[in-house]
Design a protein around this ligand. Sequence first.
Ligand SMILES: Cc1cc2nc3c(=O)[nH]c(=O)nc-3n(C[C@H](O)[C@H](O)[C@H](O)COP(=O)(O)OP(=O)(O)OC[C@H]3O[C@@H](n4cnc5c(N)ncnc54)[C@H](O)[C@@H]3O)c2cc1C
Ligand SMILES: NC(=O)c1ccc[n+]([C@@H]2O[C@H](COP(=O)([O-])OP(=O)(O)OC[C@H]3O[C@@H](n4cnc5c(N)ncnc54)[C@H](O)[C@@H]3O)[C@@H](O)[C@H]2O)c1
Length: 449
Amino acid sequence: MASGAAQMGARVVLIEADKMGGDCLNSGCVPSKALIAAAQRAHTFRHGGLGTAGSAPQVDFPAVMAHVRATIAAIAPHDSQERFEGLGVRVIRARARFASDREIEAGGQQIRARRFVIATGSRPAIPPIPGLANTPYLTNETIFGLDALPRHLIVLGGGPIGIELAQAFRRLGAEVTVIEAASALGREDPDLAQVALAGLRAEGVEIREKAPALEICGSAGAVEVKTEAGTIRGSHLLVATGRTPATEDLGLDHAGIETHDGAVKVDAHLRSSNRRVYAVGDVAGRGQFTHLAGYHAGIVLRALALGLPARLRSDHIPRVTYSDPEIAQVGLTEAEARALWPDIEVIRTPLAGNDRARAEGIDAGLLKLVIRRGRPLGAGIAAPGAGEMIAFWALALAARHKLSAIAGTVLPYPTLSEISKSAAGTYFSPKLFANPWIERMVRLVQRLP
Ligand SMILES: Cc1cc2nc3c(=O)[nH]c(=O)nc-3n(C[C@H](O)[C@H](O)[C@H](O)COP(=O)(O)OP(=O)(O)OC[C@H]3O[C@@H](n4cnc5c(N)ncnc54)[C@H](O)[C@@H]3O)c2cc1C
Ligand SMILES: NC(=O)c1ccc[n+]([C@@H]2O[C@H](COP(=O)([O-])OP(=O)(O)OC[C@H]3O[C@@H](n4cnc5c(N)ncnc54)[C@H](O)[C@@H]3O)[C@@H](O)[C@H]2O)c1
């Protein structure tokens, strides 16, 4: 947002209280994906397959963490103070707070501006479970600082953070138990979630669902979580039970900025109840993804720099959980679509029928397509690399393409992505084959000289 505005010629002040790059770079997407990549190597090595023998990987945990830190360091220059200053942004490294409806205070400086954008993100939500506050626990802010592999990691919460890290730590050699109050990956289509969860369970991750934690106790190296179904004992506890928008101590009341469920309340243009102030990313309460924050920034930039307000859309925003297999979704799931329309069609294409999947020895995987009146409303994929494969459907939904455009696209053979074209083909097959009108036409054409 700040770099875009500066490059378009606006005068910009960027205020950052902590590390440049925010959660995604320092304690979110980047370290988690680097850890997952190392864990994937260990897993491939351990299992071999397709005629190659597996063997116990020699996991050097400090070296894995060095890879995580090196990945952050390699990406950091893009978000650095130096880069922003080079673009002409004035950077202040301090905590910001609204002093009035058009003034911010940060590090003893008063900044008066025509427009403000709140992009303060979110922080881990810590549930009020008896004993938790007195027990040592990890969050995404501390887990990437570990220097030794936990013997037994208990993960509280089976959302994307819990599931991604549970599988990674298991693959690196830890015993892992996930304790989930409701259903693991509960926001995803259950058919797709099951593919990923079955994969985790087969690798030895214990996932206890419908098991809210009742009480927690312990000390460093020995923690206990009590549930109705029994007590789980482990060496470390990761709390991954959701996130809270970072609005505390922002002085929002000084600026007449309203909140809703802890997030800055915004309209369809991401404008808050104070017309000078916008909110983007996690703090806007419309979803918590880096690419969504980037999309928000584009909407606000258009309005602020060019005076071209745009309405927020949400029907084309993809999301991916980087388990193995990955789960990717864009648009509506089957349940979401059924709640809106009675006349939807659902196409399920198992990955097992795909030639590349056969060659790779992939037997689990599924694409689910939700269609209404010839247009895709949503696509969900559970497969290795599903996050790459969903790009195709993200474009289809963003551009509001018809399914015929997908069926008419030529994709390279043999690729896993071909299941998307094959699913679109399944939709048209009954209309083309065993259709008396088409059969009559073909007979007619064949009589032509
Ligand atoms: C473990 C984990 C893995 C994730 N993986 C993915 C993923 O793979 N893909 C994906 O799309 N998303 C992922 N996310 C979510 C993603 O990290 C967030 O959606 C994204 O970082 C939100 O960006 P943001 O700009 O809203 O906030 P942030 O990146 O959190 O940035 C907010 C910044 O504001 C600063 N700040 C806060 N308050 C103040 C203040 N008062 N004054 C000055 N500065 C302040 C903070 O220090 C921070 O640097 C993951 C999150 C976690 C925790
Ligand atoms: N790959 C990605 O894009 C990615 C990865 C990680 C995080 N994120 C973002 O960060 C957000 C937060 O992730 P998250 O996994 O922390 O949150 P989440 O809200 O998605 O999942 C938290 C889980 O914890 C469970 N839970 C809550 N209280 C509990 C309790 N007391 N005992 C047991 N279980 C409990 C909930 O039922 C839920 O399933 C995600 O929704 C996502 O938007 C994205």
